[in-house]
Write a protein that binds this ligand. Structure first.
Ligand code: FAD
Length: 501
């Protein structure tokens, strides 16, 4: 995250500069512009910053505005895990089979590892519709999958280091802790070095349309200063999702609007200002939306103030999920953090707990999950027997004893008789055992938004034709997933297409 000074001084006439580009449409425009640029990017999250850098590299003049006083959006709060088809990281790790773009695409379509094409697409938590309902035009998502190796290279070009890859999850490319702030910071610096501008505390309120073309944006300083009109040849909307827009959540997500939000803990880790501004403005300008009813992305976290341990650990470490009754409810590895949270909801369990043993605690990911911090801070407990472990967090001791005994019996012969886990992380545990504090299912980001074509040009609702001058990327756009890899890919693509004259 970064603090930026002098935000509002920029609203002076001098900020535009004498040589500023006059947008074609704006030349005949009836709107009086306070400033003009080639490309106006609305939203300085990772999608918007990537688009801005790319457009500048392609010779366009770029202005970025953001309603916050810090830049990088959710990306800088994120766990920094990318996904990609074959990259140099794969080659270095010796992972070279079945990792090409079409293998990656097959996995996306099957939905076995996370989103996006195959998952809950309606509003019932017990929905039978878990797969097979596709995006209107899968070509958009396919294009961002093709770009995934370029995304990893782009991130690396800012000096970001990736963790060692896990052959069992060959498309996951996790970055080191804290990398995403440096990534955002690097992009902001490059934008400024190339003569672009990133203005904070500046909220877009309306897309200005003339003769069916998007020609600018009305924006207002968030501290109550005078609103301005900014003209541009291309407007790239990158304002994020709508998790905190109550009426949109109730209209589109129904059941999901009622569950708590957060990430690191209930109500924490995601700023509560995801009001879907870009989607609202786009709809007013006549844009189509897609995938609005899909399930928001789920996570799980403890109560405020309790250090959490990410359930992403189910991907790479031996650990199991139990309920208050001490029972397992799913194949943790295949379900992943999001599927585990969904399973708690669909089985009417209010909370869940991760359990593991000393080998995991001392394992290669102990710093990544910050086990010591959790142990000291009341987020993790240790005991020699299942009964003693259960008593630390109020889980049923008999249930936990039965569960651990069964895991240990099954683990010795490598056969999960309860949920059929087949991954190599399924094994018996040896004491001492560990159990996390209770974790609640949470929603932390939305899927769904403005519909675009493969150039990320926004489509008109009335005839599904592109709206000239209007683009949507990142989690404002309903045609891709809201994962970092797709969000950054959309910025790389639009930076070129929107810069074209
Ligand atoms: C806690 C957390 C952890 C995550 N971990 C991962 C992960 O490990 N891997 C992964 O793939 N994904 C992860 N995600 C998801 C991923 O981080 C986001 O989907 C992605 O960063 C979204 O980027 P974006 O640029 O589209 O939107 P955002 O990051 O939401 O950025 C939008 C920007 O637009 C600005 N804005 C909004 N409205 C206006 C307006 N009217 N005018 C001007 N500016 C406006 C906002 O202030 C914000 O800066 C995580 C998300 C969260 C919240």
């Amino acid at each position: 995250m970064m603090e930026v000074s002098r935000r509002n001084a920029i609203f002076g006439a001098a900020a535009l500069g004498a040589g500023a580009f006059l947008p074609q449409a704006a030349a005949a425009s009836v709107t009086k512009w306070d400033r003009k640029t080639d490309i106006l990017v609305v939203g300085a999250g990772l999608a918007g910053l990537t688009a801005a850098v790319t457009a500048l590299r392609h010779g366009a003049k770029v202005l970025v505005i953001d309603k916050r006083m810090w830049f990088g959006g959710d990306g800088v709060l994120s766990a920094g895990q990318f996904y990609s088809a074959r990259t140099k990281l794969h080659d270095e790790a010796g992972i070279t089979k079945n990792v090409e773009v079409e293998d990656y695409w097959k996995q996306i379509q099957s939905g076995v590892d996370d989103e996006p094409l195959s998952k809950v697409r309606d509003n019932l938590r017990l929905s039978v519709i878990y797969s097979g309902v596709n995006k209107h035009n899968p070509e958009v998502l396919h294009r961002s999958a093709e770009y995934s190796p370029k995304v990893v290279e782009f991130v690396q070009s800012y000096g970001i280091k990736f963790r060692k890859m896990n052959p069992a999850k060959p498309f996951q490319c996790p970055t080191e802790n804290g990398s995403m702030s440096r990534f955002a910071e690097g992009m902001v610096k490059e934008i400024e070095r190339r003569g672009g501008k990133v203005l904070g505390n500046t909220r877009a309120t309306e897309i200005v349309m003339e003769k069916g073309r998007a020609v600018g944006v009305k924006a207002a300083p968030t501290n109550g200063g005078k609103p301005v009109c900014i003209g541009a040849r291309s407007i790239v909307i990158a304002t994020g999702g709508f998790l905190n827009n109550k009426s949109m959540m109730e209209r589109y997500k129904r059941f999901w609007s009622k569950i708590p939000t957060g990430f690191s803990a209930v109500g924490e880790g995601v700023p509560p200002d995801h009001t879907g501004d870009g989607i609202v403005m786009g709809k007013k300008a006549g844009a189509a939306v897609e995938d609005m009813e899909s399930m928001p992305k789920l996570y799980a976290g403890p109560q405020k103030g309790t250090p959490g341990i990410s359930w992403i650990m189910f991907d790479v470490d031996t650990a199991y999920l139990v309920t208050k009754a001490g029972k397992r409810i799913t194949d943790e590895h295949q379900s992943r953090y999001s599927g585990c949270a969904l399973k708690l909801l669909s089985t009417h369990n209010e909370v869940g707990y991760a359990i593991f043993d000393e080998k995991t605690f001392r394992g290669p990911n102990r710093d990544r999950w910050q086990f010591e911090k959790a142990l000291k801070g009341g987020g993790l407990f240790k005991a020699d027997t299942p009964e003693a472990l259960a008593s630390k967090v109020g889980v049923d001791p008999k249930g936990l004893r039965e569960t651990i005994d069964r895991i240990n019996r099954d683990g010795k012969v490598g056969k999960d008789t309860e949920f059929g886990r087949k991954d190599p992380l399924f094994r018996a545990m040896t004491p001492p055992y560990y159990i996390t504090a209770a974790n609640w299912p949470l929603a932390y980001k939305t899927e769904g938004g403005l519909e675009v074509n493969p150039d990320f040009n926004v489509l008109r609702a009335s005839d599904e034709k592109p709206i000239p001058g209007l683009y949507a990327i990142g989690s404002t756009c309903g045609s891709i997933s809201t994962r970092l890899c797709d969000v950054v890919a959309s910025g790389l693509i639009v930076g070129v297409t929107a810069a074209r004259k």
